[in-house]
Design a protein around this ligand. Structure first.
Ligand SMILES: Cc1cc2nc3c(=O)[nH]c(=O)nc-3n(C[C@H](O)[C@H](O)[C@H](O)COP(=O)(O)O)c2cc1C
Length: 399
């Protein structure tokens, strides 16, 4: 079993993630984590924090001489702004001089204050903040390193931002629908650098300028934008997940993991939304035998690479829908001061105009973590060598 837990507040001293269940012998370095964290900071329309947020990574445990030991992996991401926050975020007994009592609509602030009996919204928002996803990305880096040995690569790209969709104009969820690669370009693993070079992590150069223009306009208006990222997992072997129990279905696990990202309001697997309007005869993927590679294939990928909760060996496709961010640079959302019960507008914590490009990187991470978890469950092994032995044996048995 692969398990991971994160700890840390947005402006606390550091974020920490502990990952347990990785096999021994996996090459892993702090530089890989740093590079992946830099990808999480990408994207036009992000606030100033992204420019000075340099993630200082320390591998605290579980790695020796560049290889995992099979013991828990612990990664620390230090907050480089900590000197400014030492007093406000001090764990020592005391009180803040500036409690936040104007909870922001669309955030965890008010429900969190009520749930935990807290009087200062900072006690909630510090943990509810998406800064926490940096710790997930660090864990996901180990998951990606493991998956690479199985020939699995996970990539993401932005397919809609602020109402601008790649591919067919006006297409509701912005996807191709016929499963044959769609009506917009889909990046392959070797294209990931090109995606990351795009200001909005979009692989369709014809859509990029309109997305950037939408962000500029929203910034001018003091508003925010949402959008959709598509995650593609290449090379996933047959047999991850199961139909045997509801909580083992791969589609269910992916949906939960992706929905757990802050501000995600919907997840679609394959052509999920579009096929709910279609007839059955044009909604599924025909099975064919390809003697050349000695494998069953699907003629299309409408199911998004999952049938009966199990990976089919085809590309896994998940689309992740993000709401427009709730904090606006123009305070228009009403709230109530919890100290006086008077109507007011919410306080403003630093905010991005949009975080859809970065969200794609976090979504990649969550997909990689689920696939690594299921790969470890299926192939097991305490060392990478043992796991690969089991993996290759299984793949051979399918021929
Ligand atoms: C990468 C990333 C960056 C985010 N940045 C912001 C931000 O700058 N401003 C904001 O209001 N929300 C931001 N969010 C979303 C909030 O964290 C989220 O809406 C809030 O915690 C409430 O959770 P919910 O929308 O899932 O209900 C971000 C989310 C992600 C994934």
């Amino acid at each position: 079993m692969l398990r991971y837990l994160t700890a840390g507040e947005s402006h606390g001293q550091a974020l920490v993630v502990v990952v347990e269940g990785l096999p021994a012998g996996l090459a892993f370095s702090k530089e890989e984590v740093q590079a992946e964290l830099a990808r999480r900071r990408l994207g036009y329309g992000r606030g100033p924090r992204m420019r000075f947020e340099k993630d200082e990574v320390t591998l605290l445990a579980g790695v020796r001489h560049g290889r995992t030991l099979g013991s828990p992996l612990a990664i620390e991401i230090a907050n480089t702004e900590w000197p400014k926050w030492v007093e406000e975020m001090s764990p020592a007994p005391g009180a803040t001089a500036k409690p936040l009592t104007k909870p922001r609509p669309g955030h965890a602030d008010l429900a969190g204050m009520q749930k935990y009996g807290l009087k200062d919204a900072r006690d909630v928002l510090e943990r509810a903040s998406a800064r926490e996803t940096a710790a997930r990305v660090a864990a996901g880096c180990a998951a990606k390193a493991l998956l690479a040995h199985l020939g699995v690569s996970v990539v993401s790209h932005v397919v809609a931002l602020g109402g601008v969709h790649v591919g067919r104009p006006g297409c509701g969820s912005g996807h191709g629908g016929d499963g044959a690669g769609g009506s917009y370009p889909r990046p392959r693993p070797e294209d990931l650098d090109a995606v990351d070079r795009s200001e909005v992590r979009c692989f369709d150069p014809s859509a990029e300028p309109a997305m950037v223009a939408a962000i500029k306009q929203a910034a001018k208006d003091g508003d925010s934008l949402g959008g959709t990222a598509e995650v593609l997992a290449y090379g996933v072997p047959v047999g991850l997940g199961s139909y045997a129990h509801w909580d083992r279905r791969l589609d269910g696990l992916l949906a939960q993991a992706l929905m757990s990202i802050q501000a995600i309001k919907a997840v679609e697997i394959g052509d999920g939304m579009e096929i709910s309007d279609r007839r059955g005869s044009v909604s599924h993927d025909a099975i064919v035998w390809e003697p050349g590679i000695g494998a069953y294939r699907r003629e299309t990928s409408r199911a998004g690479g999952i049938e009966g909760g199990i990976s089919t060996g085809e590309m896994i496709v998940a689309r992740v829908f993000m709401k427009p961010l709730a904090t606006l640079n123009r305070p228009v959302l009403k709230t109530v001061d919890t100290a006086t019960k008077e109507e007011t507008v919410s306080f403003k914590e630093r905010t991005d105009v949009t975080a859809v490009p970065a969200m794609g990187v976090v979504a990649e991470t969550m997909v990689a973590l689920v696939l690594a978890q299921e790969a470890i469950r299926k192939f097991g092994g305490d060392s990478l060598e043992e796991m690969l032995y089991n993996f290759h044996g299984f793949v051979e048995s399918l021929r």
